[in-house]
Design a protein around this ligand. Structure first.
Ligand code: HEM
Length: 284
């Protein structure tokens, strides 16, 4: 009985159209992103986000729609990726194309992350500061990479804004184009999801955390909490570059038949440790 339930749940998971749902969430994220950008001022980020919430008509709704649709896009893309690996479809993808897909996930994570930094509240500001320190601690390429991606100390959120809107978006598109170009996905294919994604932000506002002067611990974005916890135990370069880099390498090796089973085990162990670190971080 338990076995039958398990295989039914597995079948349901691997056969769900996560990729098309993810694209629908992306359309909503892009549309609402353009609307919030009309009010957003990178010269006064926190002030413009809070005035969007308080003063602009339906401003809080559009910001919340952008927030939740973006989270949904990210999570649905991860589910799509996982279902593809469970179905072993990745085994038929050429290694070079597989690498492009893995890096497109990294670009997507960076788009999501820079969104939080743009919000410039306690969560966003501390996440940005930590990311900048991690990059600056990286030998040789750290400084130029920080200049390219964040440069918060010199430029405020201006560089991050340009990357969120254009640089990282283009990078993600270039990396995933070879995969995306085969599909035509319309929002009309998933009316229930559209309804859910529009109704939810109308009921639950996206978070905005005022600066907490003197606070000892500020939690970052949910996917960043585990890394913040690791930073308590390891130097920034090891926690912020080597540790996530190991997962990227293991994901890449899933496509190498001789190493695939060991890489799969490593990915599972990595995820279990990261979940544990996140749980410890959240309990602080
Ligand atoms: C046309 C494309 C986009 C534009 C013009 C745009 C614009 C913006 C702007 C102006 C902000 C700061 C205001 C705010 O806090 O809401 C923001 C925040 C954010 N963006 Fe985007 N964005 C775009 C695409 C995306 C995509 C594709 C993602 C997800 C992968 C994303 C994720 C986020 C997140 C998580 C926030 C923080 C929202 C919050 O908590 O308030 N954005 N975006």
């Amino acid at each position: 009985m338990a076995e039958r339930l398990r295989s039914r749940a597995r079948g349901l998971f691997v056969n769900t159209r996560w990729g098309s749902y993810g694209m629908v969430a992306l359309y909503l994220s892009l549309f609402s992103g353009v609307i919030v950008a009309l009010q957003y001022d990178p010269g006064h980020p926190y002030y413009s986000v809070s005035s969007l919430d308080i003063l602009a008509p339906f401003g809080l709704f559009w910001r919340s729609l952008h927030f939740y649709a973006s989270q949904a896009f990210f999570l649905l893309t991860l589910a799509h990726f996982l279902a593809m690996v469970i179905r072993r479809e990745h085994e038929s993808i050429a290694f070079k194309r597989w690498l492009l897909l893995i890096f497109s996930l990294v670009a997507l994570l960076l788009i999501l992350f820079t969104g939080y930094v743009l919000r410039a509240d306690a969560t966003g500001a501390s996440a940005g500061m930590i990311a900048e320190n991690i990059l600056l601690s990286t030998p040789l390429v750290g400084r130029p990479l920080n200049w390219l991606l964040f440069d918060l100390t010199q430029e405020g959120v201006k560089r991050v804004y340009a990357n969120h809107l254009v640089g990282l978006g283009l990078l993600w598109l270039v990396l995933s184009w070879d995969h995306l170009r085969h599909y035509r996905i319309s929002w009309r294919q998933s009316p229930t999801l559209v309804l859910l994604l529009v109704a939810f932000p109308a009921l639950v506002a996206a978070p905005l955390e005022p600066e907490r002067l003197g606070a000892f611990h500020i939690g970052g974005p949910w996917f960043f909490v585990g890394l913040q916890e690791l930073l308590r135990h390891l130097p920034p370069f090891w926690a912020g570059i080597v540790w996530p880099g190991l997962l990227v390498c293991a994901l890449a090796l899933l496509r190498r038949p001789a190493l695939a089973s060991r890489a799969r085990l490593f990915c599972l162990a990595w995820l279990a440790i990261y979940a544990l670190l996140t749980a410890v971080g959240l309990s602080r």
